[in-house]
Design a binder for this molecule. Structure first.
Ligand code: ATP
Length: 445
């Protein structure tokens, strides 16, 4: 994990937020390559959940919803972590994570194990961030930053049903920021205060719930594998009955073998009719489906695949990070699926003269209409390849002396290091063919 964190910082993919003020716990910013990687992951999700299907529609609901939302959803009463404080070191701990945490006193032990530890009783602490709507704090209404995007989907169920011309089984998907006042040390971007979620609520006739739950479990596993994550590092873990959320009649987590151990990437839950029923009771609106053909009326059950963008970014980075050796020199490389790579093609003139930069720019103009490209003429060619390897660029196009004579370039492959001579006229077709070929991580399982 330290190596991934260091690379992210060195190359500006992801780094601590508010750094000039000393940072803020569990909060990170994404720089250029990080933003591109994150966008590629979200695009791949969007493609799989919306573009490739006829039965899911898109939504972008508000972050601040009516406060009654959270009473109905159970978050006001139950979305809590058990916390303990230490009166001595003034640190706060999750009571259920004590074995993984260290106490603020030296030599560091687990909270409560040092002779001077002075722990409070355990208290329930709500994870929702509160704020106030209105001109003055005292007279305003308390509202909450959403801790999940899902509830916005339930609130809009009836509206969407009205205009989407869909009947169950159908889904509503959205990607957006959620906020949780997490106090557990975050393990980089694994657990952050604000994070993006990719969530989809799939509304089904009650007697089809189990079959759709199984469907989404296998679809979601397939998605991660298709992004190139090694399947030996992925597993599905069904929740034990005592672990299930209040709404759930079945939940499985898609887990990845992070450097911190097997941990949740995504939850797939069979939420039954809990949410629609609760919001119907609290709002007085009927949230059900009436089938005009059969005359049947029912509250759909819901299957929810809920994924975190940051966790997917972290899993992809951990899975892709590699160190190898070229010509006796250590190379750090991100062996990313080409589809996810922030930059697809680097265009590198061998020297900064003899018309090579001009021709390289011409080639970039040709390629950038299709792919994210980067032009780099600074430093030795070896150094430039290393820079691209570090950010996972799958293809390098080098313009050299011969290019000016016969209009061919070298096309370098990040993983095999193979260099092929390709005519500029064939470059798009060659890269396109390689980009769309099935890709498997060259790292051992
Ligand atoms: P955890 O048990 O790790 O706290 P959770 O079970 O509470 O997660 P869900 O409520 O199921 O998480 O949220 C769905 C997804 O949103 C998670 O699988 C995860 O990818 C992501 N997620 C949840 N909380 C965070 C967070 N604090 N930081 C980053 N991603 C998060």
């Amino acid at each position: 994990m330290d190596k991934v964190v260091a690379l992210c910082k060195r190359r500006g993919l992801v780094f601590p937020a508010s750094e000039i003020y000393g940072g803020i716990a569990n909060t990170y910013d994404y720089g250029h390559y990080g933003v591109l990687l994150k966008r590629n992951i979200v695009d791949a999700w969007w493609q799989a959940m919306i573009e490739d299907r006829d039965d899911v529609v898109a939504l972008d609901s508000a972050i601040i919803q009516h406060p009654k939302t959270w009473a109905a959803s159970g978050h006001l009463a139950g979305f809590t972590d058990p916390l303990i404080d230490c009166r001595k070191c003034k640190k706060r701990f999750r009571a259920d994570h004590v074995e993984e945490l260290s106490c603020g006193l030296k030599p560091s032990k687990h909270p409560g194990e040092h002779s001077e530890c002075d722990l409070t009783e355990q208290r329930e602490f709500n994870l929702m961030f509160e704020t106030t709507v209105g001109p003055v704090k005292e007279g305003g209404t308390t509202v909450y930053l959403r801790p999940e995007t899902a509830q916005g989907i339930f609130l809009d169920f009836k509206t969407v049903l009205g205009f989407a011309r869909r009947k169950p089984p159908f889904g509503i998907a959205q990607v957006g920021k959620s906020f949780r006042n997490e106090i557990t040390p975050g393990n980089f971007i694994f657990r952050t205060l604000e994070f993006e979620q990719m969530e989809m609520e799939f509304f089904v006739p009650p007697d089809e719930a189990h079959q759709w739950y199984e469907h989404w479990l296998s679809e979601r596993m397939r998605w991660y594998t298709e992004l190139g994550i090694r399947s030996s590092r992925l597993r599905l873990r069904a929740h034990d009955p005592d672990e299930l959320s209040h709404y759930s009649s079945g939940t499985s987590d898609v887990e990845y073998l992070f450097p911190i151990g097997w941990s949740e990437l995504e939850g797939v839950a069979n939420r039954g009719s809990f949410d629609l029923t609760a919001h119907a009771q609290h709002s007085g609106e009927k949230l059900e489906y009436f089938d005009q053909q059969s005359g049947e009326r029912y509250v759909p059950h819901v299957i929810e695949p809920a994924a975190g963008v940051g966790r997917a970014v972290l899993a992809v980075l951990c899975d892709a990070y590699d160190e190898d050796e070229i010509g006796g020199e250590k190379r750090t490389v991100l062996k990313l699926h080409p589809r996810l790579a922030p930059v697809k093609v680097a265009i590198l003139p061998l020297v900064k003269k003899d018309g090579q930069p001009e021709l390289a720019r011409e080639i970039q103009k040709l390629l950038r209409r299709r792919w994210t490209t980067e032009y780099d003429e600074g430093g030795s060619i070896g150094k430039r390849y290393r820079r691209q390897d570090e950010i996972g660029t799958p293809f390098g196009v080098t313009v050299d002396h011969q290019t000016l004579q016969d209009r061919t370039v070298t096309l370098r492959d990040r993983d095999t290091l193979e260099q092929a001579r390709v005519a500029i006229d064939d470059l798009i077709a060659t890269i396109d063919q390689r980009m769309n070929s099935p890709w498997r991580s060259p790292k051992p399982d």
